[in-house]
Design a protein around this ligand. Structure first.
Ligand code: AHM
Ligand code: MG
Length: 332
């Protein structure tokens, strides 16, 4: 199918949205497109402006903040605030939710403003990830609790990929649409779609094998199962790029929990964050015919208990995720 749908038209295709929600969703999509366009321009100049290194701070996750992490935080907070449609904004770069438009906002938003930012030192691909949620009726007054309750009701998710071209990928849950930035016009133009994992599921596996000795035995068994099997290893170390390649070509991405090395470091609960990395990718994967799990159960069934909650993530085409689940479930 070679059908193109404009960014503006996406909310109109969604039967489950009220008229104000459609208008609000359109504004948030514009905000993500405007922020993505601005970031693409800034990132291209990063090496010339000496902006590709660390900012000299550590974020709420205990990770070194890159200068561009903070720039992306400011750019997207501004564009999202200007919509007037968002109550609370949760970000990887901020410990607490930021209250943007108060109760007049229609949505809560969770974002990783610049994912994979350590790639910037080598001009590698990076991304921005977003998930938009519908506040529940009678939500708690505490902003974190309010956002967590809304997670069960996603409206749409999206990512921006900054690579040799800048792409915006969006799903409202039914199908996945992609747009490419035309830098001369400053607009995201629709690409043919909808976007789906290729039939057969593909043969690409993306994981950090350097951590494998510290994975749980089931995940190590999965890695062993690949030896001699018809798979290709590809890993950029930027979730958006690794996911997008696997979506287009067919593949699976894994970031399991890993135990500390020499008593420190490690990510026993997984490295990636549920609200602004795993759930948005899970929604896109499902709408494209794939699946995302935490090692046992669907990511979309993981109870959200903390806004910065980490989770093991296995996401990709359905045949490859089902094969992973069969192998980790098999008795040792
Ligand atoms: P970040 O949000 O701090 O950038 O970390 C997330 C990134 C993902 O984009 C990527 O898949 C993963 O971390 C790579 O981690 P590692 O370098 O440990 O393989
Ligand atoms: Mg991230």
């Amino acid at each position: 199918m070679d059908e193109r749908v404009g960014l503006d038209e996406l909310p109109d295709k969604e039967a489950g949205l009220s008229a104000p929600e459609r208008e609000g969703a359109r504004k948030v999509l514009w905000a993500l497109a405007a922020g993505g366009r601005e970031m693409a321009g800034l990132l291209a100049l990063g090496p010339l402006k000496g902006l590709t290194g660390a900012a000299g701070a550590v974020n709420v996750q205990g990770e070194e903040v890159q200068a561009f992490d903070e720039i992306a935080q400011e750019v997207f907070t501004r564009t999202i605030r200007e919509t007037g449609a968002v109550r609370c904004l949760v970000s990887e770069e901020r410990e607490s939710p930021e209250i943007l438009n108060g109760s007049s906002g229609l949505f809560h938003v969770a974002m990783d403003p610049l994912d994979g930012s350590s790639n910037l030192a080598v001009s590698g691909p990076v991304g921005s990830i977003f998930c938009v949620f519908r506040p529940s009726a009678g939500e708690p007054s505490d902003p974190s609790a309010a956002v967590l309750r809304s997670v069960l009701s996603p409206v749409f998710s999206a990512y921006v990929l900054y690579s040799v071209s800048t792409l915006l990928v969006v799903t409202f849950g039914r199908e996945v649409r992609q747009f490419a930035l035309d830098p001369a016009r400053g607009e995201f133009l629709p690409l043919p779609g909808p976007l789906r994992f290729p039939g057969g599921g593909g043969d690409i596996v993306s994981l950090n094998a350097g951590n494998a000795s510290r994975w749980r035995e089931e995940d190590q068994r999965y890695l062993r199962s690949l030896s001699g099997a018809p798979y290709s290893a590809r890993y950029v170390g930027a979730l958006v790029m690794d996911f997008h390649r696997n979506l287009k070509k067919g593949g699976i991405y894994l970031y399991p929990g890993d135990m500390p090395k020499g008593g420190s470091g490690g990510h026993p609960e997984g490295k990636l964050r549920l609200l602004y990395e795993a759930i948005p990718m899970a929604l896109i994967a499902r709408a494209a015919g794939g699946e995302a799990v935490d090692g046992h159960r669907p990511i979309l069934d993981v109870p959200p208990v903390h806004i910065h909650q980490r989770v093991p993530l296995v996401v990709g085409s359905r045949p490859l995720v089902e094969r992973y689940l069969r192998i980790v479930a098999a008795p040792s």
